[in-house]
Design a protein around this ligand. Structure first.
Ligand SMILES: *Cc1c(COP(=O)(O)O)cnc(C)c1O
Length: 456
């Protein structure tokens, strides 16, 4: 047991989880099938084989509750895992709240976020299948950095389509990817049909994750030695991220606490699924009926709070299968907010189903209050959070203020999914008073959703 005044709860390497948790075993109903846009029928493994290794395709549809983590993946996890769980005592004091606030810190990974938890696994399975190169997209550059590192570890080539607005906002993220040996392009490019089509319509397109995905998928589909790799959304990605929540569960136990609410920012849902699913298992199996899980998103890209639960393409170029998810429409191009990792039109199918069932909640915040929360957190705990993670901090602070007003001693756990030391341009803009808040007009959502394909 940790003494009552401990701050960091640290596990030994031997306590690293040996298996990932697959929430598909415990969902209240099965995930809707993924649909082939041409035939209108559910897709099978053969449809996905040009893009993913068979082991990941199996994981994508598996209903096994536990899946073993391969030893070579664990060996790399040990470079930074288990990550610390921190009781934010100084933030509690600053907020004068009776709540107990804990955060799981994923910024200690070599690239500064939770993303390597799946990047390493994906690179491993692709290498094992004899693939030579991985193509991917990246928004803020976090995913691209993680996959570049993982590819380097497993001796794979890596080509990254980076959303153009981020490419210019975050030159050091690009340099980091190149340091690991990756090739990085500002998307949309003239290198793919998907990119050229976008540039014909709008030569000044700032890009979007949906466009960059189309480019990377096209490159993978056209080259037999190349596969595609996605940093969020897919079932296997969220499953790989459950090492975060599995560790946090052990650490909370050591602290002698159990969360009343688990909070994470939500772009595609991978850090949210990662931290919350091992706890949600207790809710889904009836042991913790009162547990709350909160997804936090930007008001400029309010997928869960303002989107619709419909079948949509995962990309702008309509190359991916159709997935039932909360979506703002695949043609949606979000404003150039600084939380680049949260600018995706869709969401993970399992997060979407859980939200549709009312099992998890969602809130949206504007970026100025989010940065204010980031500064409040940095002032108390020292770490400068990634702008994405700062969304979770904002929600955690609001919960803690609620407790101050009601006198409740709630236990709040949030995921600090990454640090913000490559995001100082964003902090600079905030400090100079230059950040704008973008409300997404309802008509724009209606317009983007009107273009959705009809399924079923
Ligand atoms: C990519 C990223 C996110 C958003 O992606 P999710 O799949 O929703 O987790 C959040 N935080 C950080 C630090 C990221 O790099």
């Amino acid at each position: 047991m940790a003494s009552d005044n401990s701050t960091k709860i640290v596990l030994g390497e031997s306590e690293l989880p040996a298996q990932w948790y697959n929430i598909q075993a415990d969902l209240p109903r099965p995930l809707p099938p993924v649909i082939h846009p041409g035939t209108g029928q559910p897709i099978g493994p053969a449809d996905l084989a040009p893009l993913f290794p068979i082991e990941l395709i199996k994981q994508e549809v598996s209903a096994e509750r536990w899946i073993d983590i391969p030893e070579p993946v664990l060996d790399i996890y040990r470079l930074w895992r288990p990550t610390p769980l921190v009781r934010a005592r100084r933030l509690e004091a600053q907020l004068q709240t009776p709540a107990r606030i804990y955060y799981k810190y994923e910024g200690v990974s070599p690239v500064g976020s939770h993303k390597p938890n799946t990047a390493v696994a994906q690179a491993y399975y692709n290498k094992a299948e004899g693939i030579k190169r991985l193509a991917t997209e990246t928004g803020a550059g976090q995913w691209g950095s993680a996959l570049s590192m993982a590819c380097r570890f497993f001796d794979l080539e890596c080509v990254v389509y980076m959303v153009k607005v981020s490419y210019h906002q975050k030159p050091y993220r690009r340099a980091l990817m190149e340091t690991y040996g990756a090739t990085v392009h500002a998307s949309p490019t003239t290198l793919t049909n998907a990119g050229r089509r976008i540039l014909e319509g709008d030569p000044n397109s700032p890009g979007s994750l949906g466009i960059a995905i189309s480019e990377a998928v096209e490159v993978a589909a056209m080259n037999a030695d190349t596969h595609y790799s996605l940093g969020s959304v897919l079932n296997h990605v969220l499953m790989h991220q459950t090492v975060v929540g599995l560790e946090a569960k052990k650490q909370m136990e050591i602290a002698g606490d159990y969360p009343d609410v688990v909070i994470a920012c939500c772009g595609g849902g991978s850090n949210l699924g990662g931290i919350s699913y091992p706890f949600l298992a207790d809710k889904l199996t009836g042991q913790r009926p009162g547990l709350r899980v909160v997804a936090v998103e930007p008001a400029a890209c309010p997928t869960l709070t303002k989107g619709k639960y419909l079948y949509d393409f995962g990309d702008t170029g309509q190359m991916t299968p159709l997935v039932k998810m909360y979506t703002l429409g695949h043609t949606f191009i979000p404003a150039g907010i600084h939380a680049g990792g949260l600018r995706y039109h869709g969401d993970s199918p399992s997060v979407s189903l859980l939200h549709d069932e009312g099992i998890i909640e969602a809130v949206a915040y504007h970026q100025n209050p989010v940065f204010a929360a980031a500064l409040e957190f940095a002032g108390a705990e020292g770490i400068v959070p990634a702008p994405e993670s700062a969304h979770a901090i904002k929600a955690a602070i609001d919960e803690a203020i609620c407790c101050r007003e009601s006198g409740e001693r709630r236990v709040i756990l949030f995921n600090l999914s990454g640090h913000g030391y490559f995001d100082m341009t964003a902090y600079d803009a905030y400090l100079a008073g230059k950040l704008q808040d973008y409300e997404l007009p309802g008509e724009e959502i209606e317009k983007a959703l009107a273009g959705l394909p009809a399924v079923g």
